[in-house]
Ligand binder design. Structure first.
Ligand code: EPZ
Length: 430
C-alpha cells in the first residue's frame, strides 16, 4: 500500500488550483440515471470515489466516458436503459454514497434492490431519513438480509417531507427521487450545502422543476421525463479549506484558484480570528502567514453555512501549534476524533471528552509514522506533517486518494517536500 512522506518546515509559496467537488460529483453522477440521454459533467475531479461510482453505474447500464475537454476533465454518463436495478453489498460497502442510486433507480424503473451501507469510521450513519422520505413519496420499502427492496410500480407521488434534523444525504436523495414524481414535493428543514444547490442546478438543466435549493425549503414539481445536459461541478470547498489550513500552518503565501471563498466563510472567519491573513480574489482566496504564531480559537461544527464537520480535523491540525487553548466541538458525527491519537504521535497536546476536544497549542511538532481511518482525518495528518520537524509518513493513503486529486503534485508545486512511497518500496504497512 502506498504511503505519503512529508518533510516539514518549509513555507508554501504559489498557486493551487482547486478541483471539482467530490461530494457533488458523485451525486451528479447518480442523477445521470434519471434520463436516457447523456449527461456531460465538466470540472470533474478524478478520484478513487468517482472511478468507483462509475463502475457501479456501468453495472446498472450506464456508459461512462472520461475525457479531457477544453474545460479540463469531463465525464459523459449515458444510460439508455437500466439493465440492472441491483447495487450489491460489495460496492455499497466500499463507498456509502453508492446508496444514492436507490432513489434514481426507483424513479426511473419503479423498483430497486440496493444494499444498506452499514456504519463507517466516523459514526453509525443510519439511512433512516432517506428511507422514510422515499416511503413518503410512495415507495414500498422492505429490508431483508442487509438489502433495501423498494417498489413503486405506479411511480412515485409528490409529498411534503419535513426532516427532523438536517441531512445532506437525505436531502439530495429525496431531491433525486422527487424530480420524476407525480405532483409537488416540498422538502422542509432541507440541507443548504453548496452541493445541494449544485445538484438542483444540474437537475434543472436536465428539465426538472426545482425551487429554493440552498434554503431550508425546497419545492419540486415533478416532470414526466428528464433530458440530457451539460453541467459544471462546483469547486470542492473541503479541498479549498484543507489547503487553506495547509498554507496557514506552513507559513508563506498561497493563492487557491478555481474556487469560492464564500463556500468556506465560517473557516475564513475562524482563521482570520486566529491571525491568518486572508484576501478574497476573483476566483478564490490568498492565504498568508508571516511567521507570527497563531492564536487558539474555538469552533463548533454545524450544517452549512456553519463550520463544516469535514474541516474539523484540518482546523484541529492548525490549532496544534497555536498559542493557547482551542476547544473543538463536533456535533454532526459521533466518532469524528480518530485523528487525535495520530496528531498526538506528532507531539500535539489534545484531550477528548465526548464530542469536545481541547487542543493546547505546543511550540513544535515532530515527524512520525501515522495513519488515519477516514479521508478528512488523513488530510489533517498531512497538514500537521507540513509543519512538523523531520519526516512524517502517512499510511493508508487510499483514504486521501478517495478525495484529494493530485495531492502531492499540488503541494509540491508550492515548495512542500512531499512524495508518495509506492507499496513496492517496502517499509511498514498497516
Ligand atoms: C455528507 O454525508 C458528506 N458525504 C460527508 O462528507 C459530510 O461530512 C456530511 O455530509 C456532513 O456535511 C457525502 O456527501 C458523500 P448527513 P452524509 O446525512 O450525507 C445522521 C467526506 O469525508 N443521519 O448530513 O452522510 C448522520 O449519521 C464525507 O467527504 C441519520 O441519523 O451526512 C449524521 O450524524 C464524510 N439518518 C447526521 O445525520 C439519516 O438517514 C448528518 O449526516 C441520515 C443521516
Amino acid at each position: 500500500m502506498d504511503r505519503i512522506a512529508i518533510t516539514g518546515g518549509r513555507p508554501l509559496e504559489g498557486e493551487i488550483p482547486i478541483s471539482g467537488a467530490k461530494n457533488s460529483a458523485i451525486k451528479l453522477m447518480a442523477a445521470s440515471l434519471l434520463t436516457d440521454a447523456p449527461l456531460r459533467l465538466t470540472n470533474m475531479p478524478r478520484l478513487a470515489d468517482t472511478r468507483f461510482l462509475g463502475r457501479l453505474l456501468e453495472r446498472l447500464g450506464a456508459r461512462v466516458v472520461e475525457l479531457e475537454g477544453d474545460q479540463g476533465a469531463e465525464t459523459i454518463l449515458h444510460t439508455p436503459e437500466i439493465v440492472s436495478a441491483l447495487a450489491p453489498y460489495d460496492l455499497v460497502r466500499q463507498m456509502r454514497a453508492s446508496f444514492n442510486v436507490l432513489g434514481p433507480l426507483i424513479a426511473r424503473t419503479g423498483q430497486a434492490k440496493v444494499s444498506l451501507p452499514g456504519g463507517c469510521a466516523i459514526g453509525a450513519r443510519p439511512v433512516d431519513l432517506h428511507l422514510k422520505a422515499l416511503e413518503a413519496l410512495g415507495a414500498t420499502i422492505d429490508l431483508h438480509e442487509g438489502y433495501v427492496y423498494a417498489q413503486a410500480p405506479r411511480g412515485l407521488k409528490g409529498a411534503t417531507i419535513k426532516f427532523p434534523f438536517v441531512s445532506v444525504g437525505a436531502t439530495e436523495h429525496t431531491l433525486l427521487a422527487a424530480v420524476l414524481a407525480d405532483g409537488e414535493t416540498v422538502l422542509e428543514n432541507a440541507a443548504c450545502e453548496p452541493e445541494i444547490t449544485d445538484l438542483a442546478d444540474c437537475l434543472i438543466a436536465m428539465g426538472a422543476k426545482v425551487e429554493g435549493a440552498g434554503t431550508p425549503t425546497i419545492r419540486v414539481m415533478g416532470v414526466a421525463k428528464l433530458h440530457g445536459a451539460t453541467h459544471r461541478v462546483v469547486p470542492d470547498r473541503i479541498e479549498t479549506g484543507a489547503f487553506a489550513c495547509a498554507a496557514a500552518i506552513a507559513g508563506g503565501e498561497v493563492t487557491l484558484t478555481n474556487t469560492r471563498a464564500d463556500y468556506i466563510r465560517a473557516l475564513v472567519d475562524k482563521m482570520t480570528a486566529a491571525g491568518v491573513e486572508i484576501t478574497e480574489t476573483n476566483d478564490g482566496l490568498t492565504i498568508k502567514r508571516n511567521g507570527a504564531r497563531l492564536k487558539g480559537v474555538d469552533i463548533e461544527t454545524e450544517p452549512y453555512p456553519g463550520f463544516a464537520t469535514d474541516l474539523q480535523a484540518p482546523f484541529m491540525a492548525l490549532m496544534t501549534l497555536a498559542d493557547g487553548e482551542s476547544v473543538i466541538r463536533e456535533t454532526i458525527f459521533e466518532n469524528r476524533f480518530m485523528h487525535v491519537p495520530e496528531l498526538t504521535r506528532l507531539g500535539a497536546d489534545i484531550s477528548v471528552q465526548g464530542g469536545e476536544a481541547r487542543v493546547r497549542g505546543v511550540a513544535g511538532l515532530t515527524g512520525a509514522q501515522v495513519m488515519a481511518t477516514d479521508l478528512r482525518a488523513s488530510i489533517s495528518l498531512v497538514i500537521a506533517g507540513l509543519a512538523a520537524k523531520g519526516e512524517t509518513v502517512v499510511n493508508r493513503v487510499y483514504h486521501l486518494d478517495r478525495g484529494f486529486e493530485r495531492l502531492e503534485q499540488k503541494l509540491s508545486a508550492c515548495g512542500a517536500q512531499i512524495r508518495r512511497i509506492r507499496g513496492s518500496e517496502g517499509g511498514d504497512e498497516d
